[in-house]
Design a protein around this ligand. Structure first.
Ligand code: 3HC
Length: 293
């Protein structure tokens, strides 16, 4: 019988994690939202409030539905609160050792039927899975940023993922209003494998002063009909995240398309991480804002 998924956990309430919490809660699912400490919990709560507040001000969500959505989310700094969850989605930073350690702990906290999913963008789901005592119940569940808006989820099956596990996660993605695809465990899966060579190329064009950031972005937005230009998209994804993804893909495939353009690392070191820090290729009204100044 298919799993029900009435209570799920999300670990990590950064750009992706907070969006994933919103997706579940909007669809009537109770969520345990976990961060590393109280300060990070409050930041995550702030991201969720900002996003649902925006939906209310645009007339897309009633205040009553907003209150109901928030009442479904339990914020906590303790992993032990995940004990009753039928699914846990991990969305912590893209560091393999961190994820492996976390999955090892989760294995002992949740029940034996619970599914463990990682939202990793490019790391090996298999390596994360084998950090648990039961790799059969581990999948990738890769959302796209902004998660509440984009209607696509990659479900990554490893060579040991049980069929029922990825079928149940696929059915859940449909229930969340997303189109799921099942994909194998290769760095970048489908979308990032195609996207990041292009983004990296745009950054090198900018770095070599071949064209201005506005012109590079206009070329793809106006000339090719993309919803946003590549440098604006880098800012949305976060330059630190983009660097980790490129670096992982480069190390796995040795395709120079993915050798991270040096300026990305320099910008990250200087704190220019994109929208989340208020400045990346563009400067924003405040950290987290989409308004370019
Ligand atoms: N969170 C929640 N909702 C958001 C949002 C956010 N961060 N940003 C925009 N929205 C909502 C708006 O509220 C609005 O909703 P409404 O239509 O119900 O009122 C809708 O999205 C459209 O927003 P805007 O009118 O402000 O702006 P746009 O029409 O330009 O859309 C966009 C903004 C959705 C970000 C669009 O530009 C877009 O799709 N850009 C491309 C994003 C993309 O390629 N993402 C994939 C990145 S790769 C990835 O995520 C993989 C990972 O592993 C790195």
């Amino acid at each position: 019988m298919a799993r029900e998924f009435s209570k799920v956990g999300v670990i990590g309430l950064g750009t992706m994690g907070a969006g994933i919490v919103e997706v579940f809660a909007r669809n009537g699912i109770d969520v345990v939202a976990v961060e590393v400490d109280e300060a990070a919990v409050e930041r995550g709560r702030g991201v969720l409030e900002h996003s649902t507040g925006r939906a209310v001000s645009r007339g897309k969500l009633s205040e009553q539905d907003q209150a109901a959505l928030h009442s479904r989310v339990q914020f906590t700094a303790s992993l032990d609160d995940l004990a009753e969850c039928q699914l846990v989605v991990e969305a912590v930073p893209e560091q393999l050792e961190l994820k492996k350690e976390l999955f090892g702990k989760l294995d002992t906290i949740v029940g034996p039927e619970a599914v463990l999913a990682t939202n990793t963008s490019s790391l090996s789901v298999t390596e994360i899975a084998v950090a648990t005592g039961n790799p059969k119940r581990v999948v990738g569940m890769h959302f796209f940023n902004p998660a509440p808006v984009l209607q696509f989820v990659e479900v990554i099956r490893t060579v040991v993922t049980e069929d029922e596990v990825f079928e149940d996660v696929k059915a859940l993605a449909i229930r969340l209003g997303k189109q799921p695809v099942i994909v194998g465990d290769k760095a970048g899966f489908i979308a990032n494998a195609l996207l990041f060579g292009y983004l990296n190329h745009a950054v090198s064009m900018f770095e070599s002063r071949y064209a201005s950031r506005e012109d590079i972005d206009a070329a793809m937005r106006l000339g090719c009909g993309y919803p946003m230009g590549p440098l604006a998209l880098m800012d949305l994804i976060g330059l630190d995240t983009a660097y980790e993804i490129l670096d992982t893909m480069y190390k796995q495939g040795r395709d120079r398309l993915h050798a991270p353009s040096p300026v990305i690392k320099q910008m990250v070191s200087a704190g220019l991480k994109g929208r989340k820090s208020g400045r990346g290729f563009y400067t924003y009204a405040e950290p987290g804002s989409s308004q370019v100044v």
